[in-house]
Design a binder for this molecule. Structure first.
Ligand SMILES: Nc1ncnc2c1ncn2[C@@H]1O[C@H](COP(=O)(O)OP(=O)(O)O)[C@@H](O)[C@H]1O
Ligand SMILES: [Mg+2]
Length: 254
């Protein structure tokens, strides 16, 4: 069964960066899932979904409803698993990628979330590692998109809001019945040694801090793949150390 890690936290704390680094260093076969409708993870992984003719789950549902794509509504409903794999799963030598995607219609993300929820058990059978990047905030937890998590990485910035966020995450996952084996707290690049003292009062296992990395900031600004960052870059090295601390075997895949 796959080891499922989920990166969560408030907006802009470094959730996607952490998943992108983990995608490079965890053993294959691995599936990366981008639950953020903003779809930024593909860029961070150096993937051009358009070029590979892969669509997002939201895109697939829109096409089927509008009758504008190769898969009609009936085929989609009848053969969801194979359609999802054929149309939405980006495959590469190092990782596969599944993207929830942006909706350009009025309404919530219940339908694409539900497709993913219903497909996850099938998908997990094919992978050793599944890495989930979350949208900002808490709603994805209420929706229980991923209900069985091995390692929940909660990334925090040095603010009272983040401290409260940790408590809310614990309350929600308890209330909605998300199962997890470990809840890890990770301090983001804005933490100083002084700030780190505050993590001792948090309810979760503190694993350390991601170091500030000007090169990573530049890569993100230029839309470059984080796979091109050197192994020794501060963010990459500290994220790897955190993964090792959580018990992962870390080795570069590209
Ligand atoms: N270790 C780091 N050092 C410097 N800047 C970082 C670091 N990690 C993330 N950032 C900056 O923070 C921004 C948000 O990071 P991102 O991973 O997209 O956060 P999230 O997914 O939580 O919204 C990035 O564009 C990047 O510029
Ligand atoms: Mg993100």
């Amino acid at each position: 069964m796959a080891r499922v890690m989920v990166s969560t936290g408030r907006g802009g704390v470094g959730k996607s960066t952490f998943v992108a680094v983990a995608a490079r260093y965890l053993a294959s076969p691995k599936l990366v899932i981008d639950l953020d409708p903003d779809e930024s993870l593909a860029d961070m992984l150096g993937v051009d979904l358009g070029k590979s003719e892969t669509t997002t789950i939201s895109g697939l549902l829109y096409e089927a409803a509008a009758g504008s794509g190769p898969v009609g509504r009936e085929k989609l409903l009848g053969e969801m698993q194979s359609v999802l794999r054929n149309r939405c799963l980006y495959r590469s030598q190092h990782f596969d990628l599944l993207t929830l995607g942006t909706k350009f219609t009025v309404g919530c993300y219940c339908a694409p979330d539900n497709v993913l929820k219903d497909s996850l058990a099938h998908l997990l059978q094919d992978y050793e590692h599944v890495l989930v990047d979350s949208p900002a905030g808490l709603e994805h937890l209420n929706r229980k998109v991923v209900s069985d998590i091995t390692d929940l990485f909660l990334i925090i910035d040095p603010s009272d809001k983040s401290v409260k966020h940790v408590g809310r995450v614990q309350d929600i996952i308890g209330a909605v019945g998300i199962r997890y084996q470990h809840l890890y707290i990770v301090a983001n690049h804005r933490f100083t040694a002084e700030h780190e003292k505050f993590t001792s009062g948090l309810d979760g296992t503190y694993l350390g801090k991601i170091d500030y990395d000007p090169e990573l900031k530049r890569y993100n600004l230029e839309g470059r793949s984080l796979f091109e960052l050197p192994d020794g870059s501060p963010a990459v090295a500290s994220a790897r150390a955190i993964l090792e601390e959580a018990g992962y075997t870390v080795s570069r895949c590209n």
